[in-house]
Design a protein around this ligand. Structure first.
Ligand code: NAP
Length: 288
C-alpha cells in the first residue's frame, strides 16, 4: 500500500461546502423574486460533452438554480447559433450562458463566445472577461483556475512571495491561472511545450499547477519536498481509468499537499460555474 506524506485537498468535500453556500445565497435571492438561471448550449453529439452538460445541469438543480439545456443538431449553422445567443442575452430569466466546447468545425467558436454578453459570460472565456482578469477589474474568472485558487484558499495558503510554476498556457486554464496567482503576489513561471528544462523549473516551485493533458508530466523527482501540487489534467491510464497529469503515487510521497484525480479540480470546476452564475444573478438583481 502507498503511504502518503502529502495531505490531500479533497475537491469533492470542498465542493460540497461551497455548493451549500451557493444554495443558501440562492434562497436569499429567491425571497427577492430572483432565481439564478443558467443556459447550457450544446451543438452536436460529442459524447464527452453530453456528460459534461448533464453534470452541469444536475449541479444547478441540486443547488436551487434554474437551468435550461438547449441541444442542437450538429448541422446548426453559425448564424442560427448566434441568433440563439442573442435571444439568451436578452432573456431576463437567464443570468449565465455557457456554450459547451468544442463546437462543430463549421462554427467559429471565438465568434460565438464573443457574442455572449460579458455580464452573462459565466465561463469567463470572453475577451472582456480575460481583459478584466488581466487588469484586476471585476469580471468572471474561468472556472477551472478559479477552482484551483479556492483549493489554495481552503488550506489557508498565502501565495505572497511564493514561486508558482504553471505547466500549460491555454486560454482557459494555464494563462488565467498564472494571472490569478500573480494577483495574489506569487512569483509566477509559465511552462509549455517549448520549455527546455521543465524539471529545473518545477524543482524551484512552492506551488505547481499541472494543466497539460498528458500523464506523468510531473513525477516525484521534479517536486521540491513540501510543495503544493494541483493536478488539472484529465487523462486515461492503461486500464482506461481517469487520471491526471501528475504521477500521484510518487508525487504524494514528496509534496506537502496534492489534489487527486478524480475528486480534485474536476468537481471544483462545476462548483465555480455555479458560483459565477449566482454572482451574475446577484449583480443583475442589484441593477436598477
Ligand atoms: P490545452 O489547450 O491542450 O493546453 C495544454 C498546454 O500544455 C499547452 O499550453 C501546451 O503547450 C502544454 N504542453 C503540452 N505538452 C507539454 C509538455 N510536455 N511540457 C510542458 N507543457 C506542455 O489543454 P487545456 O484545455 O489547458 O487542458 C489541460 C488539461 O486539463 C487537459 O487534460 C484537460 O482535459 C484538463 N482540463 C480539466 C478541467 C477540469 O475541470 N479538471 C478543465 C479544463 C481542462 P503549447 O502551448 O506550447 O502547445
Amino acid at each position: 500500500m502507498t503511504t502518503h506524506t502529502a495531505q490531500i485537498i479533497d475537491g469533492n468535500a470542498l465542493s460540497r461546502q461551497l455548493r451549500e453556500a451557493v444554495a443558501a445565497r440562492c434562497l436569499s435571492l429567491k425571497v427577492k423574486g430572483v432565481i439564478p438561471g443558467l443556459a447550457v448550449v450544446l451543438v452536436g453529439e460529442n459524447p464527452a460533452s453530453q456528460v459534461y452538460v448533464r453534470n452541469k445541469v444536475k449541479a444547478c438543480s441540486d443547488a436551487g438554480l434554474h437551468s435550461v439545456l438547449e441541444k442542437y443538431d450538429a448541422s446548426m449553422t453559425e448564424a442560427e447559433l448566434l441568433m440563439r445567443i442573442d435571444a439568451l442575452n436578452n432573456d431576463p430569466a437567464i443570468h449565465g450562458i455557457l456554450v459547451q466546447l468544442p463546437l462543430p468545425p463549421h462554427i467559429d467558436a471565438n465568434k460565438v463566445i464573443e457574442a455572449i454578453a460579458p455580464s452573462k459570460d459565466v465561463d469567463g472565456f470572453h475577451v472582456a472577461s480575460a481583459g478584466a482578469l488581466m487588469v484586476g477589474q471585476p469580471g468572471f474568472w474561468p472556472c477551472t483556475p478559479y477552482g484551483c485558487m479556492k483549493m489554495l484558499e481552503s488550506i489557508g495558503y498565502d501565495l505572497r512571495g511564493k514561486h508558482a510554476v504553471v505547466i500549460g498556457r491555454s486560454n482557459i486554464v494555464g494563462k488565467p491561472m498564472a494571472l490569478m496567482l500573480l494577483q495574489k503576489n506569487a512569483t509566477v513561471t509559465v511552462c509549455h511545450s517549448a520549455t527546455v528544462n521543465l524539471k529545473a523549473m518545477t524543482l524551484q516551485a512552492d506551488v505547481i499547477v499541472a494543466a497539460v493533458g498528458k500523464r506523468n508530466v510531473l513525477t516525484a523527482d521534479m517536486v521540491k519536498p513540501g510543495a503544493v501540487v494541483l493536478d488539472v489534467g484529465m487523462n486515461r491510464n492503461d486500464e482506461g481509468k481517469l487520471c491526471g497529469d501528475v504521477d500521484f503515487a510518487g508525487v504524494s510521497q514528496v509534496a506537502g499537499y496534492i489534489t487527486p484525480v478524480p475528486g480534485g479540480v474536476g468537481p471544483m470546476t462545476i462548483t465555480m460555474l455555479l458560483v459565477n452564475t449566482l454572482e451574475a444573478a446577484e449583480r443583475a438583481a442589484k441593477k436598477p
